[in-house]
Design a protein around this ligand. Structure first.
Ligand code: NAD
Ligand code: WQD
Length: 340
């Protein structure tokens, strides 16, 4: 298929670009570079051994999107572009609604104008809010507790309405749990600009001795060791979930569908640190801090719907994840390249 990947130079989009290209699709990337750089395009070139078509474009630019869609005869869009920091969304909610909600509406308009009716959307487990039961399945109430989560839920409502209005549309919304890990090549991975918000890149930066210790946000949760538990999913498994979603859109059963992408397993912060130390053979010093505002004690997925309807399941474990992150880190530090 001819696939357009918005946010194609971001952490998840770049891994998806490599996977889709290597499985025989034509991929076209657009990104406004607000949270990525052209270095990622160079890294992708090393992975796939050719230059992928890229446009520096904002998804709020409807005409620009329509031109790209027409120029490459796009059949399906995978919409990664968006802002993703919970903390920033609380500080600057309108940026989040403009980018995540407004950008998706513009994209839908460009797709309508060009006759493209298939879309895969990057949603988030954040739409569930505070878990009322575990594992979180897709029928769990959606009561997001921050503007970022609300922006994702608003988009899901818009996408459902679009499919109701015109049954020729097929849209899959994928609710990611905690995507982590790096490409097997070590060329791309999750390397946020500035101080990492998320656990895995922070642990890695401590292992690299860029930061003296990890701050663990709370050890008094009702969990086996008191630290927060999450469902960490390897980026390689996550992108395969997108491949299964795209495949499902080739069938006749269109309309709007929602799937969790997670492993179904939870790991605590201390558990993840222990695995990272084992894999890297580097000690991760840490100190226990107070709880981080907005955090929940435990979150993990039921991925049964994706297993039964998309034939997808995560196969990589926490050790595989830590190995891939450490490989990315080592490769980058050795000067062999690799960035994101
Ligand atoms: P990322 O920030 O690395 O990638 C997003 C990309 O979109 C960036 O390259 C950025 O420059 C680009 N972008 C942002 N706004 C844009 C706009 N208006 N026009 C064009 N490009 C724009 O984030 P990621 O981790 O790759 O996440 C991809 C998607 O998955 C996001 O929608 C995010 O909300 C969602 N998601 C991510 C996680 C996670 O933990 N990484 C979890 C759940 C959902
Ligand atoms: C994981 C655990 C922290 C950092 C976030 C977003 C979510 C989704 C994924 C986009 C928690 C603890 C963390 C640190 C720590 N993104 N922690 N020290 O909060 O589950 O999810 O990213 O959709 O929307 O909310 O992930 O990696 O930030 O935290 O102790 O320096 O690690 O308290 O228990 P989170 P995370």
């Amino acid at each position: 298929m001819n696939l357009l990947l918005t946010g194609g130079l971001g952490y998840i989009g770049s891994h998806a670009a490599a996977e889709f290209f290597e499985s025989g699709h034509n991929v076209v990337l657009v990104d406004n570079l607000s949270n990525s750089s052209l270095h990622v395009l160079e890294s992708l070139k090393r992975i796939v051994d050719r230059s992928l078509p890229f446009y520096e474009l904002d998804v709020n630019d409807s005409n620009g999107l329509a031109s790209v869609i027409r120029a490459h005869d796009i059949n399906c869009v995978i919409h990664f572009a968006g802002l993703k920091s919970v903390a920033d969304s609380i500080k600057s909610p309108t940026d989040y609604y403009r980018n995540n909600v407004g950008g998706t509406i513009t994209l839908l308009e460009a797709m309508s104008a060009t006759g493209v009716r298939k879309l895969v959307f990057s949603s988030s487990a954040t739409v569930y809010g505070i878990p009322q039961y575990l594992p979180l399945d897709e029928d769990h109430p959606t009561i997001p507790v921050n503007p970022y989560g609300r922006s994702k839920l608003m988009v899901e409502s818009i996408l459902r309405d679009q499919c109701d209005a015109d049954p020729s549309w097929g849209i899959v919304s994928l609710r990611y749990f905690n995507p982590v890990g790096a490409h097997v090549s070590g060329h791309i991975g999750d390397r946020p600009i500035g101080e990492p918000n998320n656990l895995m890149p922070y642990v890695n930066s401590v292992a690299e001795r860029e930061r003296p210790f990890l701050n663990i946000f709370g050890n008094d949760y009702d969990t086996p060791d008191g630290t927060g538990v999450r469902d960490y999913i390897h980026i390689a498994d996550l992108v395969l979930g997108h491949a299964c979603a795209v495949r499902s859109l080739k069938s006749d059963a269109l309309g709007f569908k929602v799937f969790n992408l997670g492993t179904g397993l939870g790991h605590s912060v201390l558990d993840l640190v222990k695995h990272f130390e084992f894999v890297s053979n580097v000690e991760i010093p840490f100190r226990i801090m107070g709880r981080r505002s907005g955090d929940v004690a435990v979150s993990y997925a039921s991925a049964r719907r994706a297993e039964s309807e998309l034939n997808w399941t995560a196969t990589r474990d926490i050790r595989d994840i830590c190995k891939s992150v450490w490989n990315f880190s080592q490769r980058r530090r050795s000067g062999a390249g690799g960035c994101n």
